[in-house]
Write a protein that binds this ligand. Structure first.
Ligand SMILES: [Zn+2]
Length: 467
């Protein structure tokens, strides 16, 4: 169960996220007044882009090998920095450009200006303008803040803005906030899943930067075409991170006359050819494990560790706000913002991308339904819908009614994917009306262990007291 009770995290205190920060664009410099480069809806501030990007880049660099060669690093970094000087909407980002030791043709940008170019891309570019085109396209993703725009939309999909605002306002760092919502950011991060409209915008900016920096503005779209035709396999990841918005070349061709008077753009430099030759002479890059790089479905799952110790039959009471519940005395209590997680040691897993999920145990939370005069069945349904946002394969097996200390309650048996790799889990959701809120207890265990946990879960339900 991707968790539902949000865990408190307070390692670094940061200003809460400002909601609905819509950046008003200064008008662009001469030649491109008609072009409106406008970032989309975003819950983060540009400073938070930098912070998120810095943390994500530390993660990425643990997973991907970099090319360590002072001359090459300097060349790519100098080229990148020069290109950023012509980028619109460039507000205090922390620009770094690094070369990944991978033969796959790829490049990606993390929020805040952390750009990675694969060695394979440098080796397959024919000239500097093509390389500059890809880098300028990545700079476009940064200045239009596509990574945090995507993340913002994913957050919004999980809960209405009113609730989201409350959650974010009380929370600590933007990283923790994303983790709380189960949004991770490693090599497979949501920051890299660009939509076609984001691609079209990055294309426009890439072309604009090429033109402003004196390159042949056709070079970027031209190179994308080369990747598509000449290296369909090696460029697979690139094309999945940067989907073709459709008629790429034509759109760019239509844009170029709007940029200003036509001029002879430069295409190459001796430095590029030296860098390319140097890379080609280096030993072939080791194959990067595809585990993290190309299987989004693997994120958040972990290989089965040794199962936790059996639940002790000695129960102790946990007293929450408005409720009391008993749990085995060998379980750990983790207090969150909206409830509590009760789990055996090792029952809560942290995924490779910082998200966490419960494989064994229980969580208790209070839900305040949005509708006045709500009913238990509707409110339970609403909760199930919201759980499904982070547990897409959640399926109701059966629902029965019961009484808890005389109050009507519902017990919903569920089937779900376990965070333990390749396993299914059984969940039991017990909901009961408590004053103005609904108390929800979710019991979780892998399918194979659910029966063994049954008596413990039953005893916990019996122990529930509502205030
Ligand atoms: Zn792109």
């Amino acid at each position: 169960m991707k968790t539902h009770v949000r865990r408190q995290k307070s390692d670094h205190q940061l200003a809460p996220l400002a909601l609905a920060v819509l950046v008003v664009l200064p008008s662009l410099a001469s030649g491109a007044e008609q072009l409106r480069f406008k970032p989309g809806f975003n819950l983060f501030s540009p400073q938070q882009d930098v912070q998120l990007g810095r943390e994500a880049s530390a993660d990425v660099e643990k997973q991907l090998p970099l090319v360590k060669d002072a001359q090459l690093e300097r060349y790519v970094s100098d080229l990148g920095r020069r290109l950023t000087q012509d980028a619109p909407n460039n507000a205090g980002y922390e620009w770094t450009f690094k070369v990944v030791n991978s033969q796959d043709i790829n490049a990606f940008a993390l929020p805040g200006g952390f750009i990675y170019v694969n060695r394979g891309l440098l080796e397959s570019a024919e000239d500097e303008a093509q390389l500059a085109g890809v880098m300028a396209h990545e700079i476009g993703h940064v200045v239009m803040r596509h990574g945090t725009h995507q993340a913002s939309q994913a957050m919004l999909a999980q809960m209405p803005l009113a609730i989201l605002g409350g959650v974010l306002g009380r929370s600590s760092s933007p990283t923790a906030q994303l983790a709380q919502l189960g949004i991770g950011f490693g090599v497979n991060s949501i920051f890299l899943k660009n939509s076609r409209s984001a691609e079209a915008q990055a294309d426009e900016i890439g072309t604009y930067i090429l033109y402003r920096d004196g390159y042949d503005p056709h070079a970027m779209a031209q190179f994308f075409g080369i990747i598509d035709k000449k290296y369909p396999q090696q460029g697979l990841q690139f094309l999945s991170d940067h989907p073709n918005p459709g008629n790429r070349v034509k759109k760019v061709d239509d844009l170029i006359p709007q940029l200003g008077p036509a001029k002879e753009g430069k295409t190459d430099s001796p430095e590029f050819q030296v860098a390319k030759k140097k890379l080609l002479a280096m030993p072939h890059a080791p194959k990067v494990k595809p585990a993290a790089a190309s299987t989004p479905s693997a994120s958040g799952t972990a290989p089965a560790p040794t199962p936790p110790p059996a639940p002790s039959s000695r129960l102790v009471k946990y007293e929450g706000t408005g409720f009391v519940i008993a749990h085995p005395d060998n379980w750990e209590v983790q207090k969150g913002q909206e409830g509590v997680t009760l789990a055996p040691p090792g029952g809560v897993l942290t995924g490779s991308q910082g998200e966490w999920a419960q494989a064994y145990g229980a969580s208790v939370s209070q839900q305040v339904p949005q509708k006045k005069g709500w009913g238990l069945i509707d409110a339970t349904q609403q909760l199930l819908d919201s759980m499904r946002q982070s547990n897409p394969n959640l399926r109701v097996v059966k629902q029965t009614s019961l009484k808890i200390k005389g109050r009507p309650a519902l017990s919903t048996l569920l089937e779900n994917d376990s965070p333990l790799q390749g396993q299914k889990e059984t969940d039991r959701l017990v909901t009961v009306r408590a004053k103005d809120a609904m108390l929800a207890v979710i019991f979780v265990a892998p399918q194979s262990a659910f029966e063994a946990y049954g008596p413990t879960f039953d005893a916990m339900v019996k122990s529930l007291e509502l205030r």
